[in-house]
Design a protein. Structure first.
Length: 365
């Protein structure tokens, strides 16, 4: 970790001020931090605890993240970031009030204290619930599949809206008005034994129990044990393609073959993948491109970080903002000729540079 951070500190750091909003791309994930790159000019660090559990589990290289500067320069020259704007002096009184409102939940942390809460809203990552007059968040990962299955399977996740649930507190942050709940119970020895019998990389059969915005919930059966184990396939593990329409591609009750890629005995759940049953097509497609090749593509996205270009065979290319000459602009749908700069197998894309011809007919990038 020290070597990784030391390598980042060699890059020049922009003069950011506390409270500045920035946007970057995830270039590394450690056990406790997310490392963000801002167009190759500087890196920032975000503590993983800032993300709600479901978002934390789904973090992957290449994700785009907006954050706020907390400290313009850390010990090794990195920018310290937060998902929330840093508080000013005027907001300190609000913090005291918030702490008092959350006091009962803070005291319940780690104890066998439950609150009765009502589900009031569904969003992409889970449910907004209200307990003791205060709203909190119940991540999908903190709801046992059997709860949805037993009471509301025919209606999907929407069927839980209005339901009253027994909630336990798993995270409290009064300063950021954050209150995270769970409905999961401690695993039985039998449940732990089932999960223990499954191996990482093993192929198993499963049945789709729920199709949700974040992915699929699956019940897995295996000859090594009786009964079932709960599994989840997050959207990024469905297909090697960038986007998949889950609603049209999968149905409740559908039988699928999947690969075990992770086990979480705390949640009593295994992580699964569909796409890893086949080789990444990018590896073969990328062989079509060599450095300094002139290729044609279509601009699909333009942002402050750079330009996303769709190349032949559906391969994604990227022109970093640092490679674009001042005054040169791109629009979605525009056809462009570009130079291949390098192949990035981690981010699964071809790094590009603008293909320009000067008035003297000289090429440069």
């Amino acid at each position: 970790m020290e070597e990784l951070l030391a390598s980042y500190s060699k890059k020049p750091v922009n003069n950011f001020s506390r409270g500045d909003k920035v946007e970057g791309e995830v270039i590394a994930l450690t056990a406790s931090e997310v490392i963000i790159d801002f167009g190759g000019k500087s890196e920032g660090l975000i503590n993983k605890k800032e993300f709600i559990p479901t978002d934390r589990e789904k973090l992957t290289l290449g994700d785009k993240i907006s954050a706020y500067v907390v400290n313009g320069e850390g010990e090794l020259g990195q920018i310290i970031l937060s998902l929330k704007p840093p508080l000013s002096g005027k907001q300190s009184q609000k913090n005291i009030y918030a702490s008092r409102r959350f006091e009962k939940f803070s005291q319940a942390m780690g104890k066998k204290v439950h609150f009765i809460g009502k589900v009031v809203e569904l969003n992409k990552g889970g449910f907004v619930v209200e307990a003791e007059g205060i709203r909190g968040f119940l991540p999908i990962s903190q709801i046992a599949l059997k709860q949805i299955r037993t009471n509301h399977q025919s209606e999907g996740l929407e069927g839980l809206i209005g339901a009253e649930l027994s909630l336990k507190v798993i995270e409290v942050d009064p300063a950021n008005n954050k209150l995270i709940f769970s409905t999961r119970q401690a695993l039985t020895e039998e449940e732990k034994e089932k999960i223990g019998k499954l191996e990482i990389g093993q192929q198993v059969k499963g049945q789709v129990e729920l199709v949700a915005p974040f992915g699929l919930l699956v019940q897995v059966k295996d000859p090594s044990f009786e009964g079932e184990v709960e599994g989840v396939i997050f959207s990024q593990e469905i297909s090697w393609e960038r986007e998949t329409d889950l609603e049209s591609s999968f149905q409740v009750g559908q039988q699928i073959q999947v690969q075990v890629i992770g086990k979480d005995e705390n949640l009593g759940r295994i992580s699964l993948s569909l796409k890893r049953l086949s080789a990444d097509p990018f590896e073969k497609l990328s062989e079509e491109f060599e450095m300094d090749d002139v290729v044609q593509g279509v601009v699909t996205e333009a942002s402050g970080n750079g330009i996303v270009v769709k190349l032949s065979s559906g391969v994604e290319g990227f022109i970093p903002a640092s490679k674009i000459e001042q005054g040169l602009s791109y629009n979605a749908g525009q056809k462009v000729n570009v130079l291949v700069d390098s192949i990035d197998n981690v981010k699964r894309r071809v790094n590009l540079a603008p293909f320009l011809t000067s008035t003297k007919g000289l090429l440069y990038k």
